[in-house]
Design a protein around this ligand. Structure first.
Ligand code: MN
Length: 496
């Protein structure tokens, strides 16, 4: 995944026949100008496609049908340049299955004070035309994005671009397959959930394979592929000296590479977009996948440990949403705390599997004992994550609904060396502060597993939640516990 340009959003302008041909020609010309500008905007990573102005119930229904059926179309941007009576939109909106962004803009930025006349007023009506359109979507209880502002404004373009990224992630989930090697980590609650409901709600399926099916492919790894991958390790990472060819731990690295290739074969052959495994079910494998899971994530696959399929799917969606942006997205876990009152921090990590897309500098490749699982010492990439703004996102199953929980954080460079810590790690401060951020997360039932992002915004994750039609709870600079507790209570009532 290097570009989202092969995906399309369709720009649909609403009007009616009331104004006559001359006005409709101007509407079309203006829409084409706006589409060309959006399509060129660096903030918008997908292709923006002009669609002819829709003026009747039938034309609206037709474009919605076509959007549903077109595999490249990931959503619609709708704009009412003139007044488009919104009962005409009911039939189309009822069947539309793609996300919709209501772009509340107008062609001219400024009022032409000296020239404005009734012709101008007849043409430039979005200030009220878009309200008519907004009403029908609210009346139909449809979730959508509303972006307000002039079409050349950089912040407006960024907001539309962010929405297209969310739409790309959502599109990627439809029909996606995730494989769960083994089951859930025994007795763990938050990684469980209703996979049938998830498939209905989210569009992706999760199915299991006994780890033996993977082991079979690991055993069949071709020697040429193995040698090629080992030299790729050599080129990409700082390899610990005992892992060099013919040194004492070299065979551990060879085995890790074999596991990575088995995983790669399995995911490619099954057309999977991500996977989970569990250290409790590794029969026939010598190591828990470490570097293999890390590198599969870096290649764009979703992953989470201990059978956590919801987080694996979320990590995948976040990777698609972040396509082409600097920074990365990774599976993450809040691991341990630094409770210095002057500088409270969370240390995020996992047993092994943090994605090197978030690394600062060239990762080290090392082999160390794991301490649990009873397998051989696994190879892993060890690094510090880059400093800067980031977020953690988690999807949990509340029984009667899914909840997306987002916590904005700021990552810091390590304040001291961590010479004995043999795993990749991130240090962050949660917003609004350590006490409130952690308490809010726990009150909202957020998982210990998350998708950690350096390049996605809360707004994008919220857009994504709206596309999925799920609850979205945000913990940010403005979070206050008393209000959050009420929000959670009201939300329970709303979803009852
Ligand atoms: Mn875990």
């Amino acid at each position: 995944m290097t570009s989202l340009k092969s995906l399309e959003v369709w720009f649909v302008t609403g009007s009616q026949h009331l104004y006559g041909e001359e006005t409709l020609k101007q509407v079309a010309a203006h829409s084409k100008t706006i589409v060309a500008s959006l399509d060129d905007a660096p903030q918008i990573p997908v292709t923006v496609v002009y669609k002819p102005t829709v003026k009747t119930t039938e034309e609206i229904y037709q474009v919605c049908m076509e959007a549903n059926a077109n595999p490249k179309c990931i959503g619609i941007i709708a704009w009412m340049h003139t007044f488009s009576p919104a009962k005409m939109w009911i039939a189309g909106l009822k069947i539309l299955q793609k996300p919709l962004c209501h772009f509340h803009t107008q062609f001219n930025r400024d009022i032409p004070w000296a020239e404005i006349d009734m012709d101008f007023m007849n043409l430039n009506q979005s200030a009220h035309g878009d309200r008519e359109f907004g009403f029908i979507m609210s009346r139909m209880r449809l979730r959508r994005k509303v972006v307000v502002g002039h079409w050349q404004d950089a912040a407006v373009l960024a907001s539309i671009g962010g929405w297209t990224r969310a739409a790309a992630g959502w599109h990627d989930w439809q029909g996606a397959k995730f494989v769960r090697f083994g089951d859930n980590m025994r007795y763990v609650a938050v990684t469980e959930g209703d996979k049938v409901e998830a498939e209905i709600k989210f569009g992706y399926s999760v199915n299991t394979h006994g780890v033996g099916d993977l082991v079979k492919l690991i055993k069949e790894v071709a020697d040429a592929d193995l040698q090629k991958l080992l030299s790729e390790y050599e080129d990409s990472y700082q390899i610990e000296s005992s892992l060099k060819k013919d040194k004492e731990k070299y065979q551990s690295l060879v085995e890790a590479a074999r596991i990575e290739l088995g995983l790669k074969y399995f995911l490619e052959q099954g057309n999977y977009k991500g996977f989970t495994d569990t250290f409790e079910d590794l029969h026939g494998m010598l190591q828990l996948p470490g570097i293999g899971a890390q590198r599969m994530m870096a290649a764009g696959y979703g992953f989470a440990g201990e059978g956590d399929w919801k987080t694996a799917a979320l990590v995948r969606a976040m990777k698609v949403m972040g396509t082409g942006l600097p920074g990365g997205n990774s599976f993450m876990e809040d691991y341990t705390y630094h409770f210095d009152p002057a500088n409270s921090l969370v240390l995020g990590s996992h047993m092994l599997e943090i994605c090197p897309s978030i690394a600062s500098g060239k990762p080290f490749c090392e082999v160390h004992p794991l301490g649990i699982g009873g397998k051989a010492d696994p190879a892993r990439l060890v690094f510090n994550a880059a400093a800067g703004p980031a977020l953690n996102a988690s999807i949990i199953d509340m029984g009667n609904r899914f909840r997306m929980l987002i916590n904005e954080v700021v990552a810091l460079a390590p304040i001291q060396g961590l010479p004995k810590l043999p795993v990749a790690r991130v240090l962050w401060k949660p917003y609004p502060d350590m006490q409130t951020g952690c308490a809010a997360w726990i009150l909202a039932g957020g998982a210990h597993h998350t998708g950690y992002s350096q390049n996605l915004s809360t707004e994008q994750m919220e857009d994504f939640s709206d596309m999925a039609g799920i609850e979205c709870v945000v913990i940010d600079k403005d979070t206050r516990l008393r209000e959050l507790k009420n929000q959670l209570r009201w939300s329970d009532a709303a979803y009852r």
